[in-house]
Write a protein that binds this ligand. Structure first.
Ligand SMILES: O=C(O)c1cc(=O)[nH]c(=O)n1[C@@H]1O[C@H](COP(=O)(O)O)[C@@H](O)[C@H]1O
Length: 238
């Protein structure tokens, strides 16, 4: 999943997902299954995507007491996803419990899925964070605080916006993964996101992976939108 453009499969059902994927005949893809698709279709969606040879980021953003997260992760570890996530706001003990659950649940001979933590959602602005979460100071400081906590808990990296990537790599190291949603082409519809960036900016800031949903899935020509985004991300001029 490293250095990937991860497509967010935010669809309600398997039929729409299959229709979308049928437009990518020979590409091996990195795909994100989130709450919308998983909650309405169940765990079999993961194996059916894996059977097609794609990588899967299972994005359920676990956030609960440590024991519940541990047991849930032990179950998720059996599904074959390549990466899963939690909310860093659940705390260091919760994140350690997530790792314990993943280690416990990963079948013998298989690799443990990567585990990353959401810092501040890319839809959150600094003003909103200050007012609604009652966290004072800058949004970057909050993201860095959560990133440090995530590292201390032994996770593989974080979900953040591209704007915090340089600081995270500087403070924590280049090997700590930064997975960045909120990606839009220049002038594209921002929707509900706040901390957005283009794929070119994500590359220049050193993001390890980008997550792209509606800029591809809601496009009239998803394959073209994907290829254009991928070229911009990889720094290839079309
Ligand atoms: O964990 C995530 O993937 C995530 C974290 C975050 O801070 N912001 C964020 O947008 N996401 C996910 O990334 C995707 C972004 O979708 P678009 O805004 O359509 O590109 C959605 O599936 C979100 O659930």
């Amino acid at each position: 999943m490293k250095q990937s453009l991860i497509i967010a499969l935010d669809f309600p059902d398997v039929i729409q997902t299959e229709r979308f994927l049928s437009q990518f005949p020979s590409e091996k893809l990195a795909l994100k299954v989130g709450m919308e698709l998983f909650y309405q279709n169940g765990p079999s969606i993961i194996s059916s995507i894996k059977e097609r040879g794609h990588d899967v980021f299972l994005d359920l953003k676990l956030h609960d007491i440590p024991n519940t997260v541990k047991m849930a992760m032990a179950g998720l570890a059996t599904l074959g996803a390549d990466m899963v996530n939690v909310h860093a706001a659940g705390g260091q003990k919760m994140m350690e419990a997530a790792m314990e659950g993943l280690d416990k649940g990963t079948p013998a001979g298989k690799e443990r899925p990567l585990c990353i933590a959401v810092t501040q959602l890319t839809s959150t602005s600094e003003e909103q964070m200050n007012k609604e979460q009652n966290i004072s100071g800058s949004l970057t400081d909050s993201v860095l605080h959560y990133a440090k906590l995530t590292q201390q808990a032994g996770l593989d990296g974080v979900v953040c916006s591209t704007h915090e990537v340089k600081d995270i790599h500087h403070r924590i190291g280049r090997k700590f993964l930064t997975v960045t949603p909120g990606i839009r082409s220049a002038g594209g519809n921002v929707h509900d996101q706040t901390r957005i960036a283009t794929p070119e900016q994500a590359r220049s800031f050193g993001a390890d992976a980008i997550v792209v949903g509606r800029a591809i899935t809601a496009s009239k020509d998803p394959l073209k939108a994907y290829l254009d985004m991928k070229a911009a991300w990889e720094g290839i001029s079309c």
